[in-house]
Design a protein around this ligand. Structure first.
Ligand code: SF4
Length: 700
């Protein structure tokens, strides 16, 4: 076959899926009269040339014939092709009408953590400067908000990993809490496998056995939603058995005395009873972590997507502080980001409470600085809005009547998904920017076609906090435009073109650099030229000569007093979680499979990926299945207070008998988020995706 290849072109790009942001090359071969396409890995400091099955097939959705190529207007229930000029006029007319009839805040913006840094920055500016609305938030709220809030409160700074990935192979003890990296970020696994080869003791915390827990020396099969209490158990052993780094807690932290007093108020037996983890296992995990010289803790959605997610993460950070395992080689914290730009997208101002550079929208100094960069008065910047799901409530209340939604699929990804669908249906005008007619785009009045990862140049910030440049390597199909171009064009027709006169992604990035200067996430020293020459750079990178920051907190933490902040964490959360009852006797937890990404809008278009997992399923212990008369591979109805779905059963000895698991990549009658309640974490407004109470029955 190779002999028949007449020509071959290679295009540098970056995987559009998870936060590893693996560098890769898109290959176009000409064979006789036929074109053949494939994707191969490219060496780089993070993924080191590796790719997983998603990356290898990423081009399949980008080249898919169902890509939207022209603006589409809904006329009598059908989408009809229109020109960009007509599309922009519709937007101008409808946005102006909505704001004059219902007020400036009647328009809302819903963003994404899969767009570039430039586009995340521009979307935040667009909401505040062009639309003058306070209502903007994004899908990262459902993904990273708990870890971000915990790290900000504990350290004064939120960067995914406090240390670069290169340190992992030499760490002596690792806790993987609620993270299934083997399925979700597969190319990160060799770092942990290397650590194990080097003698590391690995502890996994997860209600299920997964490909990730298989590498663990100790698996704590916690009851869903009890992670905060389990961390209390670990902390208790560490304090009671004297594994505390006294110098560290005295000199570099505050709050240790209160935490010490708190852990004396309960017994390990009580923790064991509440979490379902044997006392001996809690003791062993804590002892191993306490006595090793180096140690890192990683959390992900299993701990974070809870109504006490932020405080649960803080309790794992308490363990790091108590043992002094921060700010030095092989000691630190990692929040394993899910989405491709989960890190960068939360730094540049598309969160309800945030301005670029991780600045606060309620801080007068921060507002003044950003206003000076944008060339407006600081009083013109709207105040804090509400979180992603709460915007849906505002639609039901009639306060929000229009929405501009970019690269997101909230009717599948939000909790209480049926409620969210009803909300979007109520809008007077919904504009959706996407590559495909997603489940959410079906509800739109107007769809604008956007470019894929192959076509859109820009920077992404990976799981480590490393900023990388993704080159555009392929022409856009039809009349497709990039997200940043779409934002600029709408701003122009709304009369705000002077603030959005960018002619390239690089020009947007140069403004972002200035906006981030002096902030927590300082990108000022990073330029496209440096990224092309030096590869990725870890922020903060405040000057053009700065080499980036591989390890955080070596001398001090980012709070003004330089100290890390410990906090006491209750075993039972402030917002009660879903409780099992006679009517709803099983826990439901959710997660990912390797072959799909988020709500599957892109990966379900890939024939190679869909062939691996073409439908959703419910993992259930055989003993539980027998109790409810559910055969392996049979259809089962799962019902919660919020709704019901039908999926196929999959027997598995490796899941807790009181728990079932369903992945969240499918829509409509298989959308598991229809079952998740609307309760939110009081601090970061994260929904409780990981714990629902359900009943199950065979479909006859
Ligand atoms: Fe790499 Fe993640 Fe893409 Fe897989 S999905 S190739 S791990 S970036």
């Amino acid at each position: 076959q190779q002999k028949q290849v007449q020509s071959e072109k290679l295009y540098d790009t970056q995987c559009p899926y998870c936060s590893m942001q693996c560098k890769m090359q898109f290959v176009e071969q000409t064979i006789v009269t036929r074109k053949k396409y494939m994707t191969i890995g490219k060496d780089n400091p993070t993924s080191q040339g590796r790719l997983c099955i998603k990356g290898m097939n990423a081009h399949q959705h980008a080249l898919h014939h169902e890509r939207i190529k022209y603006p589409l207007l809904k006329v009598n229930g059908e989408f009809t092709r229109i020109s960009w000029e007509e599309a922009l006029n519709h937007i101008k007319e409808n946005f102006t009408k909505i704001q004059s009839e219902d007020g400036m805040n009647a328009l809302s913006v819903y963003g994404s953590a899969s767009i570039t840094n430039e586009e995340a920055y521009l979307l935040g500016k667009f909401a505040r400067v062009a639309l003058k609305t306070k209502y903007i938030d994004y899908n990262g709220r459902l993904c990273m908000s708990a870890a971000a809030s915990a790290a900000s409160q504990t350290f004064g700074m939120d960067r995914g990993l406090t240390n670069s990935l290169s340190e992992i192979p030499s760490v002596q003890c690792i806790i993987l809490a609620g993270t299934n990296i083997a399925e979700c970020q597969p190319t990160i696994m060799p770092y942990f496998e290397k650590a194990k080869e080097n003698g590391a003791f690995i502890i996994a915390i997860d209600p299920r056995e997964t490909a990730t827990t298989k590498i663990a020396d100790l698996h704590l099969k916690v009851k869903p939603g009890k992670d905060a209490a389990l961390a209390n158990g670990l902390l208790k052993v560490i304090i009671d058995e004297n594994y505390v780094d006294e110098t560290f807690v005295q000199e570099r932290a505050k709050g240790f005395t209160e935490v010490k007093e708190h852990v004396s108020s309960f017994t390990l037996e009580e923790i064991s009873e509440w979490t379902g983890v044997p006392v001996a296992d809690i003791r062993k995990a804590a002892t191993m972590f306490g006595k090793k010289e180096t140690g890192m803790i990683f959390t992900a959605r299993g701990v974070e997507q809870q109504t006490d997610g932020s405080i649960a993460v803080r309790n794992f950070l308490n363990i790091l502080i108590a043992t002094g395992k921060l700010g030095k080689w092989g000691c630190g914290y990692g929040a394993i980001t899910g989405q491709s730009n989960g890190q960068g997208a939360r730094e540049h101002g598309q969160k309800a409470d945030q301005l670029p550079g991780y600045r606060s929208i309620e801080n007068e100094e921060h507002r003044a600085y950003i206003a000076s960069v944008w060339g407006i008065d600081q009083d013109e910047i709207p105040r804090k809005g509400v979180s992603a799901y709460e915007m849906m409530e505002k639609i039901h209340d009639g306060e929000i009547t229009g929405m501009f939604l970019m690269c997101s699929n909230p009717i599948v990804s939000n909790p209480n998904a049926n409620f969210v669908k009803k909300a979007l249906n109520k809008l007077k005008f919904l504009v959706v920017v996407d590559m495909f007619i997603s489940e959410t785009a079906r509800l739109a009045d107007l769809i604008l076609p956007t470019s894929s990862y192959l076509e859109d140049e820009g920077t992404m910030t990976n799981v480590e906090g490393r900023v990388t440049l993704r080159e555009a390597s392929w022409p856009t199909p039809g009349e497709v435009k990039h997200d940043w171009q779409i934002i600029c064009e709408i701003a122009r027709v709304l009369g705000k073109g002077e603030y959005f006169s960018f002619s390239s992604a690089e020009e947007v990035f140069n403004e972002l650099r200035v906006a981030s200067r002096g902030g927590i996430a300082d990108y000022y020293g990073i330029t496209y030229e440096r990224l092309r020459k030096e590869g990725g750079l870890l922020w903060p990178c405040p000057t053009l000569n700065h080499k980036g920051t591989d390890r955080l907190f070596e001398q001090s933490f980012a709070h003004s007093d330089g100290l890390a902040s410990m906090v006491t964490v209750p075993n039972r959360p402030e917002v009660p979680k879903e409780q099992l009852s006679e009517e709803f006797p099983l826990y439901l937890t959710t997660g990912r499979v390797m072959s799909h990404y988020l709500t599957g809008v892109q990966t379900r278009k890939s024939s190679s990926l869909s062939a691996r997992n073409f439908e959703s399923y419910m993992e259930i212990h055989p003993n539980t299945a027998r109790k409810y008369d559910i055969q392996d591979q049979s259809l089962v109805k799962i019902e919660s207070k919020q709704g019901s779905i039908i999926v196929r059963s999959k027997w598995s000895e490796t899941i807790r008998p009181d728990t079932v698991f369903v992945p969240f990549h499918w829509a409509d009658s298989q959308n598991v988020n229809c079952l998740v309640s609307e309760k939110l974490d009081p601090t970061c407004r994260m929904p409780g995706f990981k714990v629902s109470a359900v009943k199950i029955a065979p479909v006859v």
